[in-house]
Ligand binder design. Structure first.
Ligand SMILES: NC(=O)c1ccc[n+]([C@@H]2O[C@H](COP(=O)([O-])OP(=O)(O)OC[C@H]3O[C@@H](n4cnc5c(N)ncnc54)[C@H](O)[C@@H]3O)[C@@H](O)[C@H]2O)c1
Length: 353
């Protein structure tokens, strides 16, 4: 236990030293036109969003607040960002009111990704899910209200998991909220809390309910990376139940483009307080994704698939109605699933071959 903690501390300590060494040429924040505060920017979607925005806006400053749980890593942030004077990384929690207030007071935009995000983990221990996802979001909301003169837009990242299994197809934002796991319930809590701050305090918020994301740097316990890495290692892919569960898979860069639109839309009043789905309106089953990965890598379906019991609280079907995103943000997905999975396989091949 102590050995593990020491190793963790040592690796974190060395990453900070390396980060400081490479980033010794700091530009003052005052030189940047706009500061974006990103919570959970060392996680999967947050780090992809950071890279997308960093490449696109060369005069923006990015402040990342991330507590670096098992899911977050500085390795998810590219060296060119870490070396930049437009980047500041703060290790800390979204529940730390003083810290959040300090960052909020210097930010123009906020994008809130930080969360406990794994459904299976939430089945075994839901306490941290409620604490981070609900109370952490509360801390940010309360700080937003204090700094409303400075912060112009706050994007809250919710999830399609709040809907539960589809009653109507495709699933519009008006679909009833029937969370089927403690993770999903905690996301409902945060999602509706953000909405209540809009109603009560006129908070400048927009909530995205994204469907399943995939892409580079996703935690290896998540489905698509888990399938790809198993196949690359020659280990059979594990399918829960029959693999019939269908999801709407959206590439994380497509999601980043949608958030960017919301941050820069001219008439923000048009989207303020709204909940907007992000997906593709195409549902693909888990087993189809597994087949595609195995076929692409030339591995036998018979040999490289194994079935286990289905997860309790499983969601059978998710498919997004994205009309609102199209209408309000002029956004639609651009990355086709097969093309996106191939580029994701190539990314993991560079890590595992
Ligand atoms: N991955 C998906 O398919 C998906 C789909 C829809 C919505 N979402 C939502 O998008 C967001 C990001 O998801 P992800 O897949 O990138 O998750 P992730 O688990 O990869 O990243 C979450 C990040 O939050 C950080 N974090 C956790 N607790 C924190 C705390 N108390 N303070 C500060 N940082 C903390 C972690 O260290 C990590 O870097 C989450 O809110 C998630 O619910 C994810």
């Amino acid at each position: 236990m102590f050995k593990y903690m020491f190793t963790e501390f040592r690796s974190y300590f060395f990453s900070l030293i390396i980060l400081n060494f490479f980033c010794s040429f700091q530009m003052s924040k005052a030189e940047a036109k706009t500061t974006i505060f990103i919570t959970g920017g060392a996680g999967f979607i947050g780090s992809n969003f950071l890279q997308y925005m960093f490449d696109k806006y060369d005069d923006y400053h990015f402040t990342i607040l991330d507590s670096l749980t098992y899911a977050g890593s500085l390795k998810n942030i590219s060296e060119n960002i870490k070396c930049s004077n437009r980047f500041e990384f703060i290790k800390g929690s979204i529940e730390d009111e003083e810290l959040v207030n300090r960052i909020m007071s210097q930010s123009d935009f906020v994008v809130h990704f930080a969360a406990e995000s794994d459904v299976t983990r939430s089945i075994h221990d839901d306490h941290i899910f409620l604490k981070t996802n609900v109370l952490g979001t509360r801390c940010l909301m309360s700080s937003l209200i204090k700094h409303r003169d400075k912060v112009k837009r706050f994007i809250h990242i919710s999830s399609s998991e709040v809907y539960g299994t589809a009653y109507t197809v495709p699933m519009a934002e008006s679909h009833s909220l029937n969370p089927r796991s403690p993770y999903a319930a905690s996301k409902v809590g945060a999602d509706r809390l953000v909405y209540s701050y809009y109603c009560t305090y006129d908070a400048p918020v927009v909530t995205f309910r994204s469907f399943n994301n995939y892409g580079e740097s996703q935690n290896e316990e998540k489905m698509i990376p888990h399938f790809i890495i198993s196949a690359l290692k020659g280990i059979p892919i594990t399918i829960e139940g029959t693999g019939h569960q269908k999801r709407d898979w959206v590439h994380t860069i497509d999601f980043a483009r949608a958030i960017d639109r919301a941050l820069h839309i001219e008439d923000f009043e048009k989207i303020k307080g709204k909940v907007i789905n992000i997906g593709t309106s195409v549902a693909t089953s888990v087993i189809e994704v597994a087949y595609f990965i195995l076929d692409y890598l030339g591995l036998s379906r018979q040999q490289y698939l194994q079935y286990i019991a289905d997860r309790p609280g499983q969601v059978d079907l998710h498919i997004a109605d994205i009309q609102l995103a199209e209408e309000l943000l002029n956004w639609s997905p651009e990355i086709d699933l097969q093309e996106g999975i191939i580029s994701t396989i190539k990314y993991y091949q560079t890590l595992y071959n």
